[in-house]
Design a protein around this ligand. Structure first.
Ligand SMILES: *Cc1c(COP(=O)(O)O)cnc(C)c1O
Length: 389
């Protein structure tokens, strides 16, 4: 008996990524196969797609696609840059930030975790003072949107500071890119790594990344070889010049990614970003009107909003009832935030007002059932703020 696929059917996936995937993106995966190593039309399609990504990343540097979800990209950066004993500055003001230390150590790197307050972007003066005393780092890693809290770091300030001390910058833009403005070159970002399953709203499976000349130079200047084939980014540098891929590309993933990128360009990138900003702002305003407590006081990302679990509210019970009664899947959080907040993933395809309005309406019903009475009609308040009234 063939197994049944766990289809979404009537479920509403409204998590902080993966986000919903539009039909034309899903259908692209059904396109007939070619041989991506031999068929020059495929290479041309790939180059066209990476050129479009350049524009979206705000960079003149080449962009590349690795065939693994963006953890592969983050790992490949560590693998390609780090040599035994290299110190890496891991900027940590959330859950994902400090996590990068785990990618540094397997390659013999020494992570130096720099912590700052978790409810706002890094304090630039404090960072400068720290760097005055110590700036001997191969590179620094920073998360743009720390998804578990929804905090958006101001990398337009942090990366230029790091760069002024001669430190290469790696930005994990998995949950921000395509939903909030991003200007890689203007902000002195050397390496940007992002994913397809968040605000781009394609399926998980690919890393999208850009690499600056300085970062390539650092990889080429290594004294020891890069200790991996699959994670060796230098093969991707050659790829562009040689019209050659280091391994067979995941062609269906790339087609659907390409259609998702075209969806953004067809709507207009600025329009997409404005839609995110407007939905996020209205979401926050409605939650506040309803008497709920936003998880953050500043540094809000336009891709995800969290509100705190307070008083007699029970995070697990709310999430379970939302699913059992209304088939809506929302995100809680994890690590030190486990059970402390509920997150609405209004990113990409999820980021349309009528979708969020529906989710908020059901959230209110479930909370009322569990004894939490809100101060206003959440759905109406959201639409009112969205429409600017
Ligand atoms: C989603 C995400 C990733 C990728 O992690 P997965 O476990 O594959 O979902 C990496 N960094 C950030 C900031 C993310 O939001």
């Amino acid at each position: 008996m063939p197994s049944e696929l766990p289809l979404v059917r009537d479920k509403i996936v409204y998590t902080a990524g993966p986000s919903q995937v539009r039909a034309n993106v899903r259908q692209a995966r059904a396109a007939e196969m070619t041989n991506p190593d031999v068929d020059e039309d495929f290479f041309a399609y790939y180059v066209e797609l990476t050129d479009k990504l350049k524009r979206l990343f705000g960079t003149r540097h080449d962009t590349h696609i690795l065939c693994g979800e963006c953890m592969l990209g983050l790992d490949a950066v560590a693998c390609s840059l780090i040599e035994q004993g290299d110190r890496v500055l891991v900027l940590d003001n959330g859950v994902f930030g400090g996590w990068y230390a785990d990618m540094v150590t397997p390659y013999g790197g020494v992570p130096v975790v720099y912590e700052d307050a978790r409810d706002r972007s890094f304090d630039p003066e404090k960072l400068r003072r720290f760097l005055d005393g110590d700036h001997d780092f191969k590179f620094a890693s920073i998360v743009h949107c720390d998804t578990p809290s929804g905090l958006l770091n101001d990398i337009s300030v942090v990366c230029p500071i790091l760069k002024s001390y001669g430190i290469l910058t790696l930005v994990d833009a998995a949950a921000s890119m395509f939903g909030v403005p991003y200007k890689g070159d203007d902000w002195c970002v050397d390496i940007t790594v992002t994913a397809t399953q968040k605000a781009l709203s394609a399926e998980p499976g690919l890393t999208l990344l850009s690499i600056s000349d300085d970062a390539w130079k650092a990889m080429e200047a290594r004294k020891t070889p890069i200790p991996s084939y699959y994670c060796n980014l230098l093969y991707f540098k050659e790829s562009v010049r040689k019209v050659w891929f280091p391994y067979t590309m995941s062609i269906s993933d790339i087609y659907s990614c390409g259609v998702a990128v075209d969806n953004i360009l067809a709507e207009g990138y600025d329009n997409v970003l404005q839609r995110h900003a407007r939905v996020a702002q209205a979401c926050r305003a409605a939650l506040v009107d309803a008497g709920l407590e936003l998880h953050l006081t500043s540094g809000f990302s336009a891709t995800v909003t969290g509100f705190n679990i307070t008083g007699s509210m029970n995070c697990k019970a709310i999430l379970k009832a939302l699913y059992d009664k209304h088939k809506i899947i929302l995100s809680g959080s994890y690590h030190y935030l486990e059970g402390k907040l509920i997150r609405l993933g209004h990113m990409g395809e999820n980021c349309f007002p009528e979708k969020l309005a529906h989710v908020l309406g059901k959230l209110q019903l479930v909370m009322a059932d569990q004894g939490t009475v809100l101060k206003c009609n959440l759905e109406e308040a959201f639409m009112r703020h969205y429409n600017g009234n």
